[in-house]
Design a binder for this molecule. Structure first.
Ligand code: SAH
Length: 426
C-alpha cells in the first residue's frame, strides 16, 4: 500500500493500518506517557494524540513538524505554487463579491512552513492595483515554535519581534511584500475584524475521540500500557460508558466505529460566529468524509504509514476530517458550501488555464515535466484529486438575500461563490 507513487509523496487519504514503519526515536515521549499511564490509568485517544503532537517539550509538531519533501509528509502547497495562487484568487473574488471592504485580515490556522501564505501574498502583490485601497494584515495561528521560526524566515526573511507589547500576538513582523504579520497560539487571540480564514491540513491534526460499538453499547477506545511488554502501548475499551460516549454519539448513528473531533467543532463554532459578527469567509481544505467513514486514525513517518502507538512524538498522527460534523457545528451562525472534491474546486478555479500559461512560459523540459507532474498529484483522482475536499463558511447573506420575503426583482442576483460551481447550500 505505501509504495504507490501518491502514497510515497503525500499522506494517504484513508485506511488505517497497512505496513507500518518500525519504531524509533529517542523514546522520551514514550517514557513520559508510560509513567503517566502507570500512575493514572488509560487515556483517551484525543489526549494521547494531543500529547504526541503538541506536547510543549516533546510533541511531534513542537519539535519537528515534518511538513515538506525532507519531512514526513508533503502537502499540496509544497507540491505546486499554483495551489496557493488559486486560493489567493478565491479570497480576492470573495472580497470583491462582498463589496470590497477597505480592510481585511488573512488568518491561517496551522500554516506549516508558510508556503501557502507566501503563494497567496504573491497573488495579492500581483493584484495590488485591485487591492490598492485595502488594508491587509496576516495572522498565523501556530503552536509549534519550530514551525513559527520557519514561517518567519519564509515570510519576513527572519525580521520578527518576539512578544510585542500591547498585543495578543507572541511574535510580529512585516512580510517581504510589506504587510504586517502576527503569530498566535489560539484563534481566540486573533483580534476581531473582517477576516478571511484558511485551514489547510489543519483539522486533520486535531485530537479525535474514538468509539466502538459493542454488545454492551458504545465504549470509548483508550490508550493504555501493555502489561506484558514493557513500554509498549495498546488500545483498550473503556469498561463502561464515558462522558464522551454520552455526548458525542448521535442516537441515530448507524456505524459501529466512530471518530469525533470536538476541538474541530469548537474552532468551527468560533469561525462561524466571527464570520457572522465581523464578516469574511473561511476556506477549509483537507482529506475527509461526510460522516460515513469509521477507522481513519493513522501515522506517517518518512512518507510511510507508521503504527500510531509506536514511538509517539516521532510521527505525524492524523485522522480524516468529518465535514458533516463541521457543518453541524457551524449551523445557524454561518452558511456552508461543500465539501467538494479538490479536483473539482481547482478546475472551477481555473487550474487548467493557469497550467497552460505556465507551460507556455517555461522554456526547459525539466520545468515542463515538473509542472505536469505536480498538476497530476493535485488533480488525479487516484492521488490527491478525489480524497481532498474544499469546504467554506460564509455569512448567510452571501448566499441568500436577507429579505427573502421580498419577491420583487429589484435586487441583482448574488454572484456565485468561486470554486463551488454548484451551490451545495445546506
Ligand atoms: N497548512 C500546512 C501545514 C499542515 S501541518 C500545509 O498544508 O502545508 C499542521 C499544522 O498545524 C502545523 O503547522 C502544526 O504545527 C499546526 N498545528 C497542529 N495543531 C495545532 C493546534 N492545536 N493549534 C495551532 N496549530 C496547530
Amino acid at each position: 500500500l505505501p509504495t504507490a507513487p501518491a502514497a510515497a509523496a503525500a499522506r494517504l487519504c484513508s485506511g488505517a493500518g497497512g505496513e507500518a514503519e518500525a519504531a524509533g526515536g529517542d523514546g522520551a515521549m514514550l517514557r513520559h506517557l508510560a509513567r503517566k499511564l502507570r500512575a493514572s490509568g488509560p487515556v483517551t485517544v484525543a489526549e494521547y494524540m494531543r500529547e504526541a503532537l503538541t506536547n510543549p517539550g516533546q510533541g511531534y509538531y513542537t519539535r519537528r513538524g515534518g511538513v515538506g519533501e525532507s519531512g514526513d509528509f508533503i502537502t499540496s502547497p509544497e507540491i505546486s505554487q499554483v495551489f496557493g495562487e488559486l486560493i489567493g484568487i478565491w479570497y480576492i473574488s470573495e472580497w470583491m463579491a462582498m463589496g470590497k471592504p477597505n480592510t481585511f485580515q488573512l488568518v491561517e490556522l496551522g500554516p506549516g512552513r508558510g508556503t501557502l501564505t507566501e503563494d497567496i501574498l504573491r497573488v495579492f502583490k500581483q493584484l495590488a492595483s485591485v487591492l490598492s485601497k485595502c488594508d491587509v494584515s496576516v495572522h498565523l495561528v501556530e503552536v509549534s515554535p519550530k514551525l513559527s521560526e520557519i514561517q518567519a524566515v519564509m515570510l519576513t526573511g527572519g525580521k520578527v519581534q518576539p512578544n510585542p507589547e500591547d498585543k495578543s500576538a507572541y511574535m510580529e513582523g512585516i512580510t517581504k511584500t510589506g504587510i504586517p504579520i502576527f503569530w498566535y497560539r489560539d484563534i481566540q487571540d486573533v483580534p476581531p475584524g473582517y477576516s478571511f480564514y484558511l485551514a489547510h491540513e489543519f483539522f486533520d491534526a486535531l485530537p479525535i475521540h474514538k468509539f466502538q460499538k459493542t454488545e454492551k453499547g458504545w465504549r470509548e477506545v483508550l490508550v493504555d500500557i501493555d502489561p506484558e511488554v514493557p513500554d509498549q502501548l495498546r488500545f483498550v475499551l473503556s469498561p463502561s460508558r464515558t462522558p464522551a460516549t454520552q455526548n458525542f454519539i448521535q442516537p441515530e448513528e448507524t456505524r459501529d466505529h466512530v471518530e469525533v473531533c470536538p476541538e474541530a467543532g469548537v474552532i468551527v463554532q468560533r469561525l462561524a460566529s466571527r464570520i457572522e459578527k465581523d464578516g469574511g469567509a473561511a476556506l477549509v481544505a483537507d482529506y475527509g468524509h461526510d460522516g460515513t467513514k469509521t477507522d481513519t486514525f493513522r501515522g506517517f513517518r518518512n512518507h510511510k504509514l507508521h503504527d500510531v502507538l509506536s514511538a509517539p512524538g516521532t510521527a505525524d498522527l492524523t485522522a480524516d476530517v468529518d465535514f458533516s460534523y463541521l457543518r453541524k457545528m457551524a449551523q445557524g451562525r454561518a452558511a456552508t458550501l461543500g465539501p467538494i472534491k479538490q479536483r473539482e474546486f481547482l478546475k472551477n478555479m481555473g487550474i487548467d488555464l493557469r497550467l497552460q500559461v505556465l507551460l507556455q512560459n517555461s522554456g526547459d523540459s525539466a520545468t515542463h515535466e515538473q509542472l505536469l507532474h505536480s498538476y497530476d498529484m493535485l488533480m488525479n483522482p487516484e492521488k490527491m484529486g478525489d480524497c481532498f475536499n474544499f469546504f467554506a463558511l460564509l455569512p448567510h447573506h452571501r448566499l441568500v438575500h436577507p429579505d427573502k420575503k421580498d419577491k420583487s426583482d429589484s435586487k441583482p442576483p448574488l454572484p456565485p461563490v468561486a470554486g463551488f460551481n454548484e451551490l451545495l447550500l445546506k
